[in-house]
Design a protein around this ligand. Sequence first.
Ligand SMILES: *[C@@H]1O[C@H](CO)[C@@H](O)[C@H](O)[C@H]1NC(C)=O
Ligand SMILES: *[C@@H]1O[C@H](CO)[C@@H](O)[C@H](O)[C@H]1NC(C)=O
Length: 288
Amino acid sequence: MRPLGKVLCATGIIAVLLAFFWKDTFNPESLSGARVLLTGASAGIGEQMAYHYARFGAEILLTARREAVLQKVMEKCLTLGAKKVFYVPADMSSPSEPEKVVQFAVQKLGGLDYLVLNHIGNSPFQMWNGDVEYTRWLMQVNFFSYVALTTAALPTLEKNKGSLVVVSSLTGKIPTPFTTSYSATKFALDGFFSSLRHELIMQKRNISVTLCILGLIDTDTALEKTRGKVYLTASPAAEAALAIIQAGATKVQEVFYPWWLQYTCSLWVLFPCHRNQVLQSYYNYSSP
Ligand SMILES: *[C@@H]1O[C@H](CO)[C@@H](O)[C@H](O)[C@H]1NC(C)=O
Ligand SMILES: *[C@@H]1O[C@H](CO)[C@@H](O)[C@H](O)[C@H]1NC(C)=O
């Protein structure tokens, strides 16, 4: 483990340096009064993003399914310094909800500067079990609702030179075991939103699209699901949340968190012969 320790130490130093220079370009004041619609805001990374936006003085509309939890997050946001906070409970597996949520947000905040798409449906971390209906449902929650929310929000985002922030995963760049349907929804996001980004630029429509590629994050759900099944260290949710917010505010096209995932993706492309074997060695599968 010694050489690994050295590598980790070196990467840590580089990360600190990068963070130092990166912060230079991020102006927290740009978020003061920014109008943000945040999905999946009741727990995990979304909840942490809500608190960061609150500290930066944003005006936030939170959405997720559970009203009681949303209310608690809203109250904490107010104590942290958010200018305004609203919430609307919504289930993104219902095709009619996305448009309603955007309408509600525009009505409450008077427009949008940020649409931050972060919610996901429950995804078991297990081998493909043949449940096609489940995959269809997850595609609705993790992908189609993102498309519908974006479509409804594009006019107000364009008017305000706004930003679209899409939270994805390493498994949306590199297929990993135990995530068949989840991985498919994240690949779909990359396809749709990276294509949309081209079109917005070609049409000189001033809306940035930021795709966020996250590794294993230490949310309760992720830790519980992956325990004993994968040999990877989880990164802190609050830090992931901040990386996403900074990337959106600086209109970066893609952000990787932790930052070295970018190099993991490059290696994946460069070494097609050995990559599957190496990747599988990080997973614990004992046949039943
Ligand atoms: C888009 O809007 C941003 C923020 O207002 C501005 O800095 C940038 O110059 C604009 N870009 C174009 C191409 O108009
Ligand atoms: C691998 O999985 C098996 C079966 O679930 C479990 O008993 C074992 O402890 C796991 N190994 C590690 C190193 O987590």
